[in-house]
Write a protein that binds this ligand. Structure first.
Ligand code: FPP
Length: 245
């Protein structure tokens, strides 16, 4: 593991977000600019994942959620979907030891059980091996879509109401939150999207209700510890009012 200093130029602001989520966009454009196949962009994107997860830990971020595969990404060509799955396998196999050593808890949001059985087993094993860690949480969104997550939560609550276990008229926001894949994670403070696109793309729609949104032009493979530090510094300048004055 690299022992090089993680931060170089930007001082860490005292106001560190507890939970940061990142829409890692721009791998394809990064590759295209270099006349490389799209998968080369995704490979470089995995390197950025390593840099940024290490940097987030060093900066004291409690939870980092990464949008690795959306429920809409199945629409991509089969070979690209296969390559993304391959990279996920490789990442878990090669980085699990570091996550265990660094006391990181790995969690997954999304319907990852639709993936190939060996990948599901790999993910389950990685979560089990880190479940008793007490440090920062790395959340990977796999086959995740916010609307599907809310539909599933609604169905579970509706079934419990129909069974007479709960009173439908008394359902609260907390009850809904407890049914989401993100239950028990710290509240979401900051959503970052790379590559200049400015949308949430079905990512953490409920959880982002009061999160700060930051759109950076950097393509994901070029995202560094400094890009994260700059984002966190920008977060520190925001005034969060949660609807108040
Ligand atoms: C968006 O870029 C990126 C993705 C759909 C995949 C993100 C996946 C990784 C970075 C690798 C696997 C992740 C882990 C956690 C090991 P794009 O392809 O849509 O870029 P474009 O908009 O420039 O085409």
């Amino acid at each position: 593991m690299s022992t090089a200093p993680i931060l170089s130029s930007v001082p860490v602001d005292a106001a560190v977000p507890r939970h940061v989520a990142i829409i890692m966009d721009g791998n394809g454009r990064w590759a295209k600019a270099r006349h490389l196949p799209r998968v080369a962009g995704h490979k470089a994107g995995v390197e950025a994942v390593r840099r940024v997860t290490r940097a987030a830990r060093a900066m004291g971020v409690e939870a980092l959620t990464l949008y690795a595969f959306s429920s809409e990404n199945w629409r991509r060509p089969e070979d690209e979907v296969g390559a993304l799955m391959g990279l996920l396998r490789l990442f878990i196999r090669s980085d699990l030891a570091e996550l265990v050593e660094e006391n990181v808890r790995l969690r997954v949001i999304g319907d990852y059980r639709r993936f190939a059985p060996d990948l599901v087993a790999l993910v389950d094993d990685a979560m089990a091996k880190t479940a008793h860690n007490s440090g920062p949480i790395l959340v990977i969104a796999l086959n995740y879509g916010s609307q599907a997550e809310l539909v599933a939560a609604t169905r579970r609550l509706a079934a419990r109401a129909a069974a007479g276990e709960i009173d439908a008229a008394a359902i609260t926001a907390d009850d809904i939150e407890a049914e989401l894949d993100t239950a028990a994670l710290p509240p979401l403070d900051l959503v970052i999207r790379s590559s200049g696109e400015q949308r949430l793309s079905n990512f953490l729609l409920w959880q982002a209700a009061y999160a700060e949104l930051l759109f950076v032009d950097t393509l994901w493979p070029d995202f560094t510890a400094d890009t994260l530090a700059e984002a966190i510094a920008a977060f520190g300048q925001r005034q969060r009012r949660y609807g108040g004055l």
